[in-house]
Ligand binder design. Structure first.
Ligand code: HEC
Ligand code: HEC
Ligand code: HEC
Ligand code: HEC
Ligand code: HEC
Ligand code: HEC
Ligand code: HEC
Ligand code: HEC
Length: 349
C-alpha cells in the first residue's frame, strides 16, 4: 500500500514537472494578471484558492475571532478561514496550539457553527504545510525569516502561477505559447490528495478525511474524468457545473418524476453526500465536505470502510462507494439504515 502510494506520488511529480514550460521565467504574482484577465481574476478572488494563506495585514479585516488572549498584533498569518476552518500562526511562524499565556485552549475556529476545536494541543507546531497552500514553494529556507515557517514561496495562497507556471515572459510579451495550461486531474491532485494520489482515501472516525478529492475520484466510478470536466478551476466549488444529466440523460429523465426530482433535490445531495470531514461533524453520518465517490451501495449490510493492518499499524480507508446511511439519513434523520437500503434499491427504475 505504502509503495503504491509512493509510486503515485512520483508519477504525479514527474507529470507535474513535464507539464510546465522547461525554461522557467520569473514569478510576478497574480495582481499582474488582472489588467488583461479581469474575469478570471475576479472568479479566482471569490474562490478559496487565494485565501488559503493570508498575512495578518489582510486577514485582520476578516470577521474571524482569535484564540484566547491573542490580538492581531500577535498573529503573523491566518491559514484558511475562507470555507470551513481557520488556524492561526504566531509571530515566530508556529501554528497556535495554546492560549496566549500557554494554557490549554481550543485554537481552530470552525466557520460553519462558530465553534472551536483543539489543534495539536500544546505542541510546538511549525507551519510545514507546503506545497499545498502557496505558490512556487521551495522547501529550503524560512519564509520571512521566521523559524516556524518551513520553506519559502513567492505568493501566499494558490495564485495564478501555481497552476499556469511563472508568468514573467507572458506579461511582457503575451502569447499562448509562453504560459502553461495543465488540465489533468493529477495537476489538481498534487494538493487535493492524502498519502499519494492512488485510490485509497484515508478515513478516520467514520468519515473520509478532507483534501482527498483525487483519491476519492480514483476510487469511485468517475476515475476517467478530469476535475475540470465538472469544475471551472477559477470558481468556487458550489459553482461546479450541474452537468450530471449531460452524461446520464436516461436517469435524469426518470428522476424528474421522482418525489425528490419534483421538489428539486439535486443529484449531488445523494451521490455526493458530506461523507468527508474537514472541520466539524454535523450529524452521525454527515461531515462537512462532499465526497467524490458517486456510487451508492444499497446493501443494508454494506460497510463504506475497510481497515488494513500493516506492520502492526491499523489504517482505515474508504472503499469506493457511499452507503445509504450517508446518502439518505442527513435528510431522513428519523429513519434508519435498513429503511434507507430498502427504499434505495432500484431507485431510478
Ligand atoms: C498584457 C496583457 C496580459 C497580461 C498582463 C497577462 N496575459 Fe495572459 N494572455 C494574454 C493574451 C493576449 C493571451 C492570448 C489570447 C489568445 O491568443 O487567445 C493570453 C493567454 C493566456 C492564457 C491562455 C493560454 C492558452 O493556451 O490558451 C493563460 C492561461 C494566461 N494568459 C494566463 C495569464 C497569467 C497567469 C497572467 C499573469 C501572470 C497573465 N496571463 C497575464 C494577455 C495577458
Ligand atoms: C497548490 C495546491 C493546489 C492545487 C494545485 C489545486 N488546489 Fe484546489 N484547493 C487547494 C486548497 C489548499 C484549497 C482550500 C482553499 C480554502 O478553502 O481556503 C483548495 C480549494 C479548492 C476548491 C474549493 C474552492 C471553494 O472556495 O469553494 C475547488 C473546487 C478546487 N480547489 C479545485 C481545484 C482544481 C479543479 C484544481 C486543478 C485545476 C486545483 N484545485 C488545484 C489547493 C490546491
Ligand atoms: C487551481 C489552478 C488554477 C488557478 C489558481 C488559476 N487557473 Fe487559470 N486555468 C486553469 C485550468 C486548469 C485552465 C483550463 C480550463 C479548461 O480548459 O477548462 C485554466 C484556464 C485559464 C485561461 C484560459 C481560459 C480560456 O477560456 O481559454 C486563462 C486566461 C486563465 N486560466 C487565467 C488565469 C488567471 C489570470 C488566474 C489567476 C487570477 C488563474 N488562471 C488561476 C487552472 C488555474
Ligand atoms: C497535500 C496537500 C496539503 C497539505 C500538506 C496540507 N493541506 Fe490543508 N488543505 C489542502 C486542501 C486541498 C484543502 C481544501 C480541500 C479539502 O479540505 O478537502 C485544505 C484545507 C485546509 C484548511 C481549511 C481551509 C478553509 O478555508 O476552510 C485548513 C485550515 C488547512 N487546510 C490547514 C492545513 C495545515 C495547518 C497544514 C499543515 C500542518 C495543512 N493544511 C497541510 C491541502 C493540504
Ligand atoms: C462527462 C460525463 C459524466 C458526467 C458529467 C457525470 N458522469 Fe457519472 N458516470 C460517467 C461514466 C462514464 C460512468 C461510468 C459508467 C459505468 O461504470 O458504467 C459514470 C458512473 C456514474 C455512477 C455509477 C453508475 C453505476 O452503474 O453504478 C453514478 C451514480 C454517477 N455516475 C453519478 C453522476 C452524478 C451524480 C453526476 C453529476 C454530479 C455525474 N455522474 C456526472 C460519466 C459522467
Ligand atoms: C463528476 C463531476 C466532478 C468531478 C469529476 C470532480 N468534481 Fe469536485 N465537485 C463536484 C460537485 C458537483 C461538487 C459540489 C458542489 C456543491 O456543493 O454544490 C464538488 C465539490 C468539490 C469540492 C468542495 C467539497 C466541499 O464540500 O467542501 C472540492 C474541493 C472539489 N470538488 C475538488 C475537486 C477536485 C480536485 C477534483 C479532481 C480530482 C474534482 N473535484 C472532480 C463535481 C465534480
Ligand atoms: C436533500 C434531502 C434528501 C435526501 C439526501 C434524501 N431525501 Fe428522500 N425525501 C426528501 C424529502 C424532502 C422528501 C419528501 C418528504 C415528504 O413529502 O413527506 C423525501 C421523500 C422520500 C420518500 C417518500 C416518503 C417517505 O418517507 O416514504 C422516500 C421513500 C425517500 N425519500 C427515500 C430516500 C432515499 C432512499 C434516500 C437516499 C438514497 C433519500 N430519500 C435521500 C429529502 C431527501
Ligand atoms: C434521493 C437520492 C438520489 C438522488 C437525488 C439521485 N439519485 Fe441517482 N441513485 C440513487 C440511488 C439510491 C441509486 C442506487 C440504486 C441501486 O443501486 O439500485 C442511484 C443510482 C444512480 C445511477 C446508477 C444507474 C442506475 O440507474 O441505477 C446513476 C447513473 C445515477 N443514480 C445518477 C443520478 C443523477 C444523474 C441524478 C440527478 C438527475 C440522481 N442520480 C439523483 C439515489 C439518488
Amino acid at each position: 500500500m505504502k509503495k503504491q502510494a509512493m509510486l503515485w506520488t512520483l508519477c504525479a511529480v514527474a507529470l507535474f514537472m513535464f507539464a510546465l514550460p522547461a525554461a522557467a521565467t520569473d514569478y510576478v504574482g497574480s495582481d499582474q494578471c488582472f489588467s488583461c484577465h479581469e474575469g478570471k481574476f475576479n472568479d479566482w478572488q471569490a474562490s478559496g484558492h487565494p485565501w488559503k494563506l493570508r498575512k495578518m495585514e489582510k486577514a485582520r479585516y476578516s470577521k474571524l475571532p482569535l484564540p484566547p488572549g491573542y490580538s492581531w498584533d500577535d498573529i503573523s498569518y491566518v491559514i484558511g478561514g475562507a470555507n470551513k476552518k481557520a488556524r492561526f500562526i504566531d509571530n515566530d511562524g508556529y501554528i497556535v496550539t495554546t492560549a496566549k499565556d500557554g494554557s490549554e485552549a481550543k485554537t481552530q475556529y470552525n466557520l460553519q457553527d462558530g465553534s472551536w476545536s483543539f489543534y495539536h494541543k500544546g505542541e510546538k507546531k511549525p507551519y510545514k504545510c507546503g506545497p499545498c497552500h502557496m505558490t512556487n514553494y521551495s522547501k529550503d529556507g524560512n519564509q520571512d525569516g521566521k523559524p516556524g515557517m518551513i520553506g519559502t514561496w513567492s505568493e501566499d495562497g494558490i495564485g495564478c502561477e501555481e497552476c499556469h507556471g511563472a508568468g514573467g515572459d507572458h506579461i511582457r510579451k503575451p502569447s499562448k505559447e509562453n504560459i502553461a495550461i495543465q488540465s489533468s486531474a493529477e495537476s489538481c491532485g498534487k494538493c487535493h490528495q492524502r498519502g499519494g494520489m492512488g485510490p485509497e482515501p484515508p478515513a478516520k472516525g467514520g468519515f473520509i478525511r478532507h483534501h482527498e478529492q483525487i483519491n476519492e475520484l480514483k476510487a469511485g466510478v468517475h476515475k476517467e474524468l478530469d476535475c475540470i470536466t465538472c469544475h471551472d478551476p477559477h470558481k468556487r466549488a458550489i459553482l461546479a457545473k450541474d452537468n450530471c444529466a449531460k452524461c446520464h440523460a436516461d436517469v435524469a429523465k426518470t428522476y424528474a418524476e421522482n418525489i425528490h426530482g419534483k421538489q428539486g433535490t439535486r443529484c449531488v445531495e445523494c451521490h455526493m453526500p458530506k461523507a468527508s470531514k474537514s472541520a466539524i461533524k454535523v450529524a452521525s453520518y454527515t461531515g462537512d465536505v462532499r465526497t467524490h465517490l458517486f456510487k451508492i451501495n444499497t446493501d443494508k449490510d454494506a460497510d463504506m470502510f475497510k481497515t488494513i493492518e500493516e506492520n502492526g499499524k491499523k489504517s482505515t480507508f474508504a472503499k469506493g462507494f457511499v452507503t445509504v446511511e450517508y446518502a439518505c439519513l442527513s435528510c431522513h434523520a428519523s429513519r434508519d439504515k435498513a429503511w434507507a437500503a430498502k427504499k434505495a434499491k432500484k431507485f431510478h427504475k
